[in-house]
Design a protein around this ligand. Structure first.
Ligand code: PLP
Length: 464
């Protein structure tokens, strides 16, 4: 047997990784040639790789490490729980203390009326639950034909067959026979790329009204629910115009269709409130949660369900669940994470300290010659890159080419910032300090400067 340790040379680890590990959302052969960056430890907002480099993680892992890395309290909570009760299921009329504690705590933290939690192991699983739950709800109410769920193009709701279908990612739908039937996608509220000559707020209203048109076309008697992320994350941190969500809410209310807020990224402080629904003024029937629920220390997700839907579902057996629904160790770790968020006033830190300072520095990035628009809500931000600001032109090169170049410059400058097409996005840990924000912004400027130089040198500085 091979004994693999932190002390192996990076190249050797990379070789074994390439030989045996299939990476998600990755072109395997291309990565094998380059070698993966191998992270071996992390503390606060800093990662350490096997070459000893210190990297500022402006993505909080994958949008999830809200309280930052290296909190012993969570490790201790996991160890305690593993010793006491490492696993028990919640299927056959049994329960356990960690799941009871977490469900009741979530009922307190979430907006009024959202008092019931169905647990899952991830955001994808939770959205699969939602698909079945909303359809089953309408069936129990005697309207089984209400099956269609309306979502948005370029939405991200997970990568399982169900949640990937709910999402609106073209590249995902192209592989493996997605979407499943009865999911309908309307356009997203991305003013920068799709707003044309329209005013931002006017465009927000127009995009929201596509929901009304879709309901009318499909027939309100056939529509079960609408799902949306308060702020689209993986789609490129698309901050909707202010006019958007109130109109969506009005339409859902008017037609009596269920509203699902996918809070997997926006939840647990990211937007400066406990939930993105509060920031955006949304009153959902169901919230999808995951990521920040445990700050990524354990895999856990869930659906927080309103009283009316939960009550109808409870009238019979819901033939659904996961072996790890309400896993005791994951629940104990999530509880400890919530305790830290609350006692250390992390959400207040975002609202009063980190987000205002980051917003000010982020806005200054619009002065960079390649940045057309710098948007930010709380601790999630995006930069739309363009060769021509006034016309909001895209680059002539294949979409994502320029973003990829800039992402590589960030990597080289020990900053984890992602690109989504030709947008650069951040979603750092919420505990980021003003001093760390200064380092972050300095590295962003440097990476953009270098990226732009490379784009020009390669003859890519041209509008589409
Ligand atoms: C990440 C994400 C998911 C999927 O969560 P997984 O835990 O990766 O399955 C769902 N919705 C949103 C908004 C996400 O960002």
């Amino acid at each position: 047997m091979n004994i693999i340790t932190n002390h192996m040379p990076t190249q050797e680890l990379q070789r074994i990784d390439a030989a045996h590990h299939m990476h998600p959302f990755t072109a395997g052969h291309a990565l094998a040639e380059k070698g993966a960056r191998i992270v071996k430890a992390a503390k606060g907002v800093w990662l350490t790789d096997t070459d000893g480099e210190q990297i500022l993680d402006a993505m909080a892992g994958l949008w999830c490490v809200n309280i930052g890395y290296g909190r012993d309290e969570l490790a201790d909570a996991a160890a305690r729980q593993m010793r006491e009760l490492p696993y028990y299921n919640t299927f056959f009329q049994t329960s356990h203390v960690p799941v009871i504690a977490l469900a009741s705590r979530l009922a307190e933290l979430t907006p009024d009326g959202l008092d019931h939690v169905f647990f899952a192991g991830s955001g994808s699983e939770a959205n699969d639950t939602n698909i079945r739950m909303v359809r089953h709800y309408w069936a129990l109410k005697g309207q089984p034909e209400k099956r269609i769920i309306i979502s948005r193009k370029n939405a991200y709701h997970g990568s399982s067959v169900g949640s990937g279908s709910l999402g609106g990612m073209v590249g995902m739908h192209a592989q493996g026979g997605l979407p499943i039937p009865d999911i309908h996608h309307i356009n997203q509220p991305d003013w920068w790329s799709e707003g044309g000559e329209m005013d931002r707020e006017e465009f927000g209203l127009a995009r929201a009204r596509e929901l009304e048109q879709a309901i009318e076309e499909l027939g309100p008697e056939n529509v079960a629910a609408f799902i949306g992320e308060p702020v689209q994350g993986a789609g490129g941190v698309i901050v909707p115009p202010e006019s958007y969500w109130p109109e969506i809410q009005r339409i859902c209310d008017h037609y009596g269709i269920l509203l699902i807020a996918d809070e997997v990224i926006c939840g647990f402080g990211r937007t400066g409130n406990w939930f993105g629904s509060q920031t955006m003024g949304i009153r959902p029937h169901i919230m999808t949660i995951a990521k920040g629920l445990s700050s990524g220390y354990q895999p856990i997700g869930g659906s927080v369900v309103c009283d009316e839907v939960a009550d109808v579902i409870a009238s019979g057996e819901f033939n659904h669940g996961y072996t790890y629904s309400g896993h005791p160790v994951a629940c104990a770790v999530a509880m400890e994470n919530l305790r830290i968020l609350e006692e250390e006033k992390v959400v207040e830190h975002v609202r009063d300290v980190a987000a205002p300072y980051l917003a000010q520095k982020w806005a200054e990035l619009e002065e960079h010659p390649m940045v057309g628009e710098a948007r930010i809500v709380g601790m999630m931000g995006s930069l739309a890159l363009t060769p021509h600001k006034a016309s909001r032109a895209a680059f002539k090169a294949e979409k994502g080419t320029v973003g990829y170049i800039c992402r590589d410059r960030c990597f080289a400058n020990n900053l984890v910032m992602r690109h989504v097409g030709d947008r650069m996005v951040i979603s750092p840990p919420l505990i980021l300090t003003p001093a760390e924000i200064d380092i972050l912004i300095e590295r962003v400027w440097k990476s953009l400067d270098e990226g732009m130089a490379e784009v020009k040198a390669e003859g890519l500085w041209e509008s589409a």
